[in-house]
Write a protein that binds this ligand. Structure first.
Ligand SMILES: [Zn+2]
Ligand SMILES: [Zn+2]
Length: 297
């Protein structure tokens, strides 16, 4: 059997995993155009993961982090940004595309993921570290539906439509696919949408950068979809935020009943340390290559 740094989180108890904190760059990279595609390497390990995916795809929520500045799987490449693949039964959504397509597609190929299975691309907000890989994705998935905030710049919208994407402009909350919902555009400054995934026995909230505020996003998610918050993951945008403010956010999330957290990307090392301390075994180190799974009901 092939050996990979593929870590699944199956039960509500979860597992604590290794974390390498790497970088602290600002979140405002330029929007990149289409990147070069990387050759697909169909090795035994990739085939094994595909087989596992095929076996379990119908009754699981699986979220795979494809792009992050934190490293979870040492075989994958890190870079500033975020992207993850959300598979809920037969529904497959790509959430964000990281900052560049070569890095994203390298990781996709390394994990043996077929992007043609993706039914919708959701772009959280109009920052290049989330939209930069969109051109490369669309070259592999012609005609893919792309859910972007209505407030995205004309330039980013042209990257989507110019690469053959079917642009869906999001303002209000909207169902992307059964069980996978967007919060709709939030925030007074930087507009951003987040994903709310309903497993049937609780929800998972996935944020790109959480510019509108991680607590407000979770509050909105709970209004949209009833159920316990099993996990909040992604960028929490707390880099450089004073400790007491982070502690307030931690307390608010706990008050909202959040069971597990996996803060990553733009959360910042200091804030991640506070989340780790506060959530203990319910803290899950994020990073590229992290796979989390929940059974569906
Ligand atoms: Zn970001
Ligand atoms: Zn951002």
């Amino acid at each position: 059997m092939a050996i990979r740094q593929h870590t699944a989180w199956v039960s509500a108890l979860g597992l604590a995993l290794a974390l390498v904190a790497l970088t602290s760059c600002p979140c405002e990279a330029e929007v990149a155009g289409a990147g070069e595609e990387q050759p697909v390497e169909a090795d035994d390990a990739a085939a094994t993961i595909e087989e596992v995916a095929a076996m379990e795809a119908t009754d699981m929520l699986r979220i795979t982090t494809l792009y992050d500045n934190y490293q979870h799987d040492e075989k994958l490449r890190t870079n500033w940004g975020f992207s993850c693949l959300v598979e809920l039964g037969d529904s497959v959504v790509l959430f964000d595309t990281g900052g560049d397509s070569p890095t994203l597609l390298y990781n996709v190929d390394e994990l043996g993921i077929d992007l043609k299975r993706v039914q919708a691309l959701v772009l959280s907000h109009d920052h290049g570290d989330h939209t930069g890989g969109a051109g490369g994705v669309l070259k592999r998935c012609p005609g893919l539906k792309v859910y972007a905030c209505g407030s995205f710049s004309p330039r980013t919208k042209r990257v989507i439509t110019g690469n053959g994407g079917k642009l869906v402009e999001v303002t209000s909350p909207i169902e992307i696919l059964p069980g996978i919902q967007s919060t709709g555009e939030m925030g007074a400054g930087i507009h951003e949408q987040s994903l709310v995934v309903d497993t049937g026995s609780g929800i998972v909230v996935i944020t790109g950068c959480a510019h509108p505020g991680i607590v407000g996003i979770v509050r909105k998610a709970k209004q949209l979809v009833k159920g316990d918050v099993l996990l909040v993951m992604g960028g929490f945008h707390l880099m450089g935020t004073p400790g007491p403010v982070v502690e307030r956010a931690v307390a608010d999330l706990k008050d909202l009943g959040v069971r597990k957290v996996s803060p990553s990307h733009c959360t910042g090392d200091a804030a991640i340390a506070l989340f780790s301390e506060a959530f203990g075994e319910n803290f899950m180190p994020g990073g590229v290559g992290l796979v989390v799974e929940f059974p569906m009901k």
